[in-house]
Structure formats: C-alpha cells, structure tokens
Write a protein that binds this ligand. Structure first.
Ligand SMILES: N[C@@H](CCC(=O)N[C@@H](CS)C(=O)NCC(=O)O)C(=O)O
Length: 181
C-alpha cells in the first residue's frame, strides 16, 4: 500500500470538506449535489498532483460509491480515512502498472493487431497473446466480455482481480506506452 498517497488523499478530502462547508455555509453544509461539487474541486489535484487517471464522471462515481459503502459498513468511522481506503482499492493508479496482467486478443494478419504487437515488442512488455482463430476459447471469451469479436482488445487484470477490456488499437498503444513511463 502506498501510504503517502493514502495520506495525501485523506488531507485532500479534509481540505475539500472545509471548502465545501464554507461554500454552503448558508445551508450548514447541506448540498444534495455534493458529489458534483467535490468532483469539481478534486479533479485537478487528483489527476495532476496524485496521478489518478479518470474522468470527472468516474470521480463522481467513486465519491458516491465511497459514501454508500461508508454509510452501509462503517458510518461511525472517520469518513476521509474510509473514503481514502475506498479510493486506494478501487480507483487508485496502479503502483506498478507492470503488475497488471495483460492479454491481447488478436489474430495473425489483422493490421490493427500488428500495430499493437509491434508496440508491445518495441516497449518490451510482457503481454500474453491470445489468437482468437488459433484458439476458439479465446474468441468465445472475447465475445462474452465484449459482445463482439472485433480485435485487437487488451484484457487488463489488476492485482485485485478486477478486469478491464480495452478496444481500439490507438487507445491500447497509448495505455501501453503510459505503463512504461
Ligand atoms: N478501429 C479499430 C478497428 C479494429 C478492426 O477493424 N478489427 C478488424 C480486424 S483488423 C476486426 O476485428 N474485424 C472483425 C469484426 O469486427 O468482427 C482499431 O483500431 O482497433
């Protein structure tokens, strides 16, 4: 666990709470749209200072989700500490992206796939190649996950077991390039 990152998140959430309370002093902090206000305030420090990589809608989702979990599981605990744990578990950038397990669904002769496999070679990454015509099981997995067999698709399995399926050769290459920085 990156304890420095967690501490920074807790401090940032406390600062946001203070700023929100000032902004909504007239209603004593009451604001039914608080996740939107919080996301506006937090977006820049989260992405530019702490290295998170998400859109505002994902940040709003993370905030709402953390709130629901807090109310359901631990309403008496210090909320910034609780939220920070939720952010670390669910939304934080991987401490070492190379620890994500990567599998590329592709087929030999597909030009978009070749661009991605050339990028993988150039970057020296460890990516399992799953040819969907050599192994029908891979094709079936792809269709089950994505509803179609278009390739290339990168399956990213995070250390916590969460899976993400990324399509579009350009997006995959961008992701892989960032992962080696
Ligand atoms: N815009 C996509 C294009 C992907 C694409 O057209 N893939 C072709 C193979 S090169 C494909 O899978 N076609 C079959 C299908 O869509 O089911 C990308 O850049 O990845």
């Amino acid at each position: 666990m990156n304890t420095e990152l967690r501490t920074n998140i807790v401090e940032l959430l406390r600062e946001t709470e203070r700023a929100h309370h000032e902004a909504f002093a007239a209603t004593d902090g009451a604001d039914p749209d608080w996740p939107i206000w919080y996301a506006d305030y937090l977006m820049q420090p989260f992405t530019q200072r702490l290295g998170f990589d998400f859109h505002k809608s994902q940040l709003i989702y993370c905030l709402m989700n953390a709130d629901l979990e807090h109310q359901a599981r631990s309403p008496d605990s210090d909320w910034p500490e609780f939220y920070a744990d939720q952010f670390m578990d669910r939304c934080a950038p991987s401490e070492s992206p190379e620890e994500d397990k990567l599998a590329l669904y592709h087929y030999y002769g597909c030009p978009f796939c070749s661009m991605v496999t050339a990028g993988i070679d150039r970057l020296g990454l460890d990516v399992e190649l799953r040819d969907i015509f050599e192994n029908p099981q891979y094709r079936a997995e792809l269709i089950e996950a994505r509803g179609r067999a278009t390739v290339p698709v990168l399956r990213i399995t995070c250390p916590n077991g969460e899976e993400h399926w990324m399509s579009e050769s350009r997006d995959i290459l961008d992701y892989l390039e960032k992962s080696v920085v």
